[in-house]
Write a protein of this length. Structure first.
Length: 335
């Protein structure tokens, strides 16, 4: 959006116009630089907000916009339709309806992969949860130490275990050609390139996201998959992000995108085996893992021919209408 349109938008918002007036004013200025320039020049000559308000009202009235009920009703219809289609889901409260909408949009299917290898008798000690919640600082610190003890020694030197549990909005994407709704939230722990940590660019170096739950439930699968989707969109083409949903004991669900448009999921019950699988998946996007037949990973973006479009600076998106008419544009979807 151009600078002049941004200034006009703030003036319109500050002067307290009603919804119909906002629609008409914004329609009048959008995409018309001459109208924007003329209006800004006149507004600069006004000595009070009342004069500015009266000028803008007379401006749209003289062009037949404010009282053109047919046009206003059409804009209202588009606004209501867009608003219903652009709700934001919180990653922490994603429900089945939203996940099904994502699957229908992406044409992906969930596929369960069987682990055919016999589990060994030996295993590392499972994590012992304390009484605090999963994301509590003391809990996360203990989990990081646990993973540094059992997972970090076998990972590549350049990959580190990073706490992002309290980074709200860490994973966020707006509705576009690869996602059917706005979505935002975070994850608990990531495996990430050390250089990206030093450079304060965590999102660009993600290898895997970890969702930590004392008790794993079905709804957590939906959340983990969507977090994996968003994380995979951030990193370069040579990295295929995978997801881990675990209770750090006998439930280790690992997710990845396969070449045939499936979201693969395997469930492991042995911590030591899970750590070995995670290590191999970090090191290669087509690892040879005993007991898993389909390990070749692709990026989520590979499923789409089109990429996210950047709108023209001269044209205001429908988001701007929504922002002007409804300050609660983004909402969390309850279970």
């Amino acid at each position: 959006m151009s600078e002049s349109l941004l200034i006009l938008k703030e003036v319109i918002k500050r002067l307290g116009f009603i919804s119909n007036e906002k629609i008409s004013l914004f329609s009048y200025f959008t995409g018309n630089e001459k109208n924007q320039t003329d209006a800004l020049s006149h507004l600069n000559d006004c000595e009070s907000d009342e004069e500015k308000h009266n000028y803008l009202i007379s401006l749209v009235s003289s062009h037949g916009l404010l009282y053109n009920k047919e046009i206003t009703d059409q804009i209202k219809f588009l606004y209501e339709h867009f608003k219903s289609e652009s709700k934001s889901a919180s990653l922490s409260t994603i429900n089945y309806d939203f996940f099904l909408k994502f699957l229908n949009f992406s044409k992906l299917k969930m596929r369960y992969e069987c682990f055919s290898r016999t589990y060994p008798n030996e295993d590392v000690d499972p994590y012992k949860w304390n009484s605090h919640a999963e994301k509590h600082k003391s809990q996360i610190e203990k989990i990081i130490e646990y993973l540094k003890t059992h997972l970090k020694p076998i990972l590549p030197d350049e990959v580190i275990i990073e706490d992002v549990a309290n980074k709200k909005g860490f994973l966020k994407v707006h509705k576009n050609s690869i996602m059917p709704f706005n979505i935002n939230g975070g994850t608990d722990i990531i495996l990430v390139e050390e250089q990206c940590v030093r450079g304060k660019a965590l999102k660009l170096g993600i290898y895997a996201i970890f969702e930590l739950k004392k008790i794993v439930e079905e709804i957590h699968i939906y959340q983990t998959v969507l977090k994996m989707v968003i994380a995979d969109c951030y990193v370069s083409n040579n990295v295929k992000v995978f997801g881990v949903l675990t209770d750090l004991k006998d439930v280790w669900n690992i997710f990845w995108f396969t070449i045939n448009k499936n979201i693969a999921m395997i469930s492991l019950k042995n911590c030591k085996i899970a750590f070995e699988v995670i290590n191999k998946m970090v090191r290669s996007d087509n690892p040879r893992i005993e007991g898993i037949s389909n390990t070749k990973r692709v990026k989520y973006m590979d499923y789409f021919d089109k990429r996210i479009n950047t709108p023209s600076d001269d044209i205001a998106s429908m988001d701007d209408f929504i922002e002007e008419m409804d300050e609660s544009e983004e909402i969390d979807i309850e279970n």
